[in-house]
Design a protein around this ligand. Structure first.
Ligand SMILES: *Cc1c(COP(=O)(O)O)cnc(C)c1O
Length: 241
C-alpha cells in the first residue's frame, strides 16, 4: 500500500515536471524573440515525442501542447491511433528519415512531413494522400553542414526540387528544415544558420505559401530563433524529467 502510493506520487511528479518544462521553453522562446525584435507568436513549438510514452504525451497535452513530432513510423502510428480516440485537435509532424515504403503511412496519418529530400518520396506522399484530406504540408530537408551520411539535399538542388514539388496537387510546400551540426566556434554556427535563413527568404520571394523555417532543437533553439526560425523541435528539454 505504502509502496503503491509512492509510485503514484512519483508518476504525478514527473507529469508536473513536463508541464514545468513546457513553461520554461515558452519563456526561452519569448526571451530569445524579444532579444532580436521578433514576435514570439511567430515561433511555433513542436514537442518531439519519439521514444516517449502515451502518458508523457498526454501530460504535455494537458499543459496545452497540441503539435507533436515523431521520427519512427510504426511507433508513431500506434500513438496517433490511440490518442485520436480521446483528442481531435492534435497535429502530427513527421520529422524522421523517411523510407519510400513507409511514405503511405506518413501521408495517411500526419499533417506535416519535414524530411522530404527527393522527388520519389514527394511523389509517393502525394499519391497516397487520401481523398478529402487537406494537402500534406511539406518541408524540404537541407543537408546544410555537408555531412556525407546525413539526409537532406544540397543547397544547389533546392530550386529544382522545389519546382517539382509545387506541381504536386496534394502537397503544400511550406518551407525548409535543417539539422545543423553544432560548431565549436559560435561565429561559424551563426554563419550556417544565416545560410539556411537566406535559402528560406529566397524561396519566400519566389513562391507562394512559404512561411516555415523548421530549425532549432533543445541545444540550439536560441541561435535558431535569432536566425529566423519559425518552428522549433524540442524533445529532451520537454520530456526529460
Ligand atoms: C530528436 C529530434 C529533435 C529533438 O531533439 P532534442 O535535442 O531532444 O530537443 C528535433 N528534431 C529532430 C529531427 C529529431 O530527430
Amino acid at each position: 500500500m505504502f509502496f503503491n502510493m509512492y509510485i503514484k506520487r512519483d508518476v504525478s511528479y514527473k507529469m508536473n515536471k513536463i508541464q514545468n518544462n513546457l513553461t520554461k521553453i515558452f519563456h526561452r522562446i519569448h526571451t530569445s524573440a524579444i532579444k532580436c525584435n521578433r514576435n514570439p507568436n511567430e515561433i511555433k513549438l513542436i514537442a518531439v515525442s519519439k521514444n516517449r510514452s502515451i502518458m508523457q504525451i498526454i501530460s504535455a497535452i494537458d499543459a496545452g501542447q497540441t503539435s507533436f513530432g515523431e521520427n519512427y513510423v510504426q511507433e508513431s502510428i500506434d500513438k496517433i491511433h490511440n490518442l485520436s480516440k480521446s483528442y481531435d485537435n492534435l497535429e502530427w509532424h513527421f520529422i524522421g528519415h523517411l523510407q519510400s515504403n513507409k511514405s503511405k503511412l506518413v501521408s495517411e496519418n500526419f499533417s506535416w512531413c519535414h524530411t522530404v529530400d527527393r522527388l520519389k518520396i514527394a511523389q509517393k506522399l502525394n499519391d497516397h494522400r487520401p481523398i478529402g484530406y487537406k494537402p500534406l504540408n511539406i518541408l524540404i530537408q537541407i543537408n546544410i553542414s555537408l555531412e556525407p551520411k546525413k539526409s537532406g539535399i544540397l543547397i544547389n538542388d533546392v530550386t529544382s526540387l522545389t519546382e517539382k514539388i509545387i506541381n504536386l496537387p496534394k502537397l503544400k510546400l511550406r518551407g525548409i528544415m535543417a539539422i545543423p551540426k553544432l560548431e565549436k566556434i559560435f561565429a561559424n554556427q551563426l554563419l550556417i544558420y544565416n545560410k539556411i535563413a537566406n535559402i528560406f527568404y529566397m524561396l519566400q520571394q519566389k513562391y507562394n505559401n512559404i512561411d516555415t523555417l523548421s530549425l532549432g532543437m533543445s541545444n540550439d533553439m536560441e541561435s535558431a530563433i535569432i536566425a529566423g526560425s519559425t518552428m522549433i523541435r524540442i524533445g529532451k528539454d520537454i520530456f526529460d524529467t
